[in-house]
Design a protein around this ligand. Structure first.
Ligand SMILES: [Fe+2]
Length: 447
């Protein structure tokens, strides 16, 4: 189990990676938005000569000539024919067509009488002076007309001459369906506008027109836009899921780490108690536990088994509580009687820890750590692999800690002397396989 600090570092790094990924996504999106804005702000032109795949405009006469004023008194000397012109604006692009207007240049004298589906701004030149007025030709008051006009009965006729022009705007109300001009289907991709012009010949050529417009692309259309539409919510979802997981894991890890600290502390206290009365072996259990764990690791045991060996070794002398201090604290060599008394610490210790359900090996470590491989040890005289593995490991670590320290009746062993000692006792006192492993790591332990 990693410490909460490690977990927090891991989570922090993951957040950094996700943050960098988000920064890249956002920067890419900003560039994408800039490109789209540039595209959307571009003013576009269309004339009858333009070859365009995106937008087409076509003004053409529709239906029959109208002869409404042919017999009107006001024009009795003229034969005046009206003609309906219709423009079809078609949006073939994948974008929204907006802000469009159509300029119709007048080449031949005529009168405008009506227009529909939009508003007209009429530019009329009279004696070299330009007059202009925006009129909804379906709904107007004669008194408000500032241009030159004539009346045919109740109908308005505004004369236009060569050089005059009309700007046509589609209605922008939502109900008109004219703007914005979508491209999504056949019908919404087309807009119809209409004008009725009257001329003597009835044959005005309206092919000279200019259309200006903008195309509006959505930030989330096209390949990149769709990608962002997927990536940004996906990223947010990943962040949320990760944040929840991180919150749960940190909470769980903190609890586990706290509990494992308590376990460590409790075992440490037990090992200190075991060494309390042994003046010459201060901190002995702690050192033996570290050596035993190193041996277990070198033997290739898994992490959990290595921990069992470590904790078992911390408890191996817990039975010392039952041995009188005068014997444990003795500086001289022990007598035969002392040896007999001291042997009880294995059984007393085993009895003490036999109820440790989570680690039954602790009892074996305590009971058998003084057994010898050839059966000459105590308290049971077990030999070979009858002795539990944990006890065979601890007995080697125990002996190493003993001979690597000075005693009153002898000096500590040199490294060479220790190696010789373990080689001599391999197969008799100690498991030869464990000795082989131990001799490979003894130099690093010494360091
Ligand atoms: Fe012992």
């Amino acid at each position: 189990m990693g410490s909460p600090e490690n977990i927090k570092t891991l989570i922090k790094r993951t957040f950094i990676v996700l943050g960098i990924a988000f920064a890249i996504i956002i920067i890419s999106f900003v560039f994408h938005v800039i490109q789209i804005n540039k595209f959307n702000q571009q003013e576009r032109y269309y004339t009858s000569d333009t070859v365009s795949m995106d937008v087409t405009a076509d003004i053409h006469p529709r239906g029959m000539l109208t002869d409404s004023w042919e017999k009107n008194d006001a024009f009795e000397d003229m034969i005046i024919n009206g003609k309906i012109y219709e423009a079809v604006i078609t949006n073939n692009s994948k974008c929204l067509l907006s802000d469009w207007q159509l300029r119709v240049n007048i080449k031949e004298s005529c009168w405008i009488n009506n227009a529909w589906n939009g508003t007209v701004e009429i530019h009329q030149f009279v004696d070299g002076q330009e007059k202009s007025q925006t009129i909804d030709l379906r709904d107007y008051n004669i008194g408000d007309i500032s241009l030159d006009y004539q009346l045919a009965g109740q109908d308005l006729l505004i004369p236009l001459n060569s050089g005059d022009y009309i700007i046509y705007w589609p209605y922008t109300g939502n109900d008109s369906g004219e703007v914005p001009l979508k491209s999504t289907n056949e019908y919404s991709g087309q807009a119809y506008i209409g004008l009725i012009l009257y001329s003597i010949s009835g044959d005005n050529d309206l092919s000279d027109y200019v259309m200006t417009y903008h195309l509006n692309q959505s930030y989330f259309s096209g390949t990149f836009g769709t990608l962002f539409l997927i990536i940004i919510p996906a990223w947010i979802l990943i962040m949320l899921v990760f944040a929840v997981i991180a919150w749960i894991v940190i909470g769980f890890e903190s609890t586990m780490y706290y509990q494992s600290q308590i376990i460590d502390d409790m075992f440490s206290i037990c090992s200190k108690l075991a060494d309390e009365k042994d003046y010459y072996h201060k901190d002995h259990s702690n050192r033996v536990a570290k050596y035993a764990k190193k041996i277990a690791e070198a033997m290739g045991m898994d992490k959990q088994d290595c921990n069992v060996v470590y904790y078992g070794a911390l408890l191996h002398n817990i039975g010392n509580y039952a041995v009188p201090e005068r014997i444990l604290g003795k500086s001289s060599k022990l007598t035969e009687e002392d040896e007999k008394i001291i042997q009880v610490h294995t059984m007393k210790g085993a009895k003490l820890v036999e109820d440790v359900k989570s680690m039954p090996q602790a009892s074996s470590a305590t009971l058998y750590h003084h057994e010898r491989f050839d059966g000459t040890g105590y308290p049971t005289g077990k030999k070979g692999e009858e002795i539990p593995l944990i006890a065979r490991i601890i007995s080697v670590a125990d002996a190493y800690d003993d001979i690597s320290r000075d005693r009153e009746y002898r000096k500590k062993y040199t490294l060479d002397e220790m190696k010789t000692f373990f080689k001599e006792k391999s197969g008799t006192w100690y498991d030869p396989f464990i000795i082989d492993v131990f001799l490979k790591i003894i130099d690093s332990i010494e360091e």
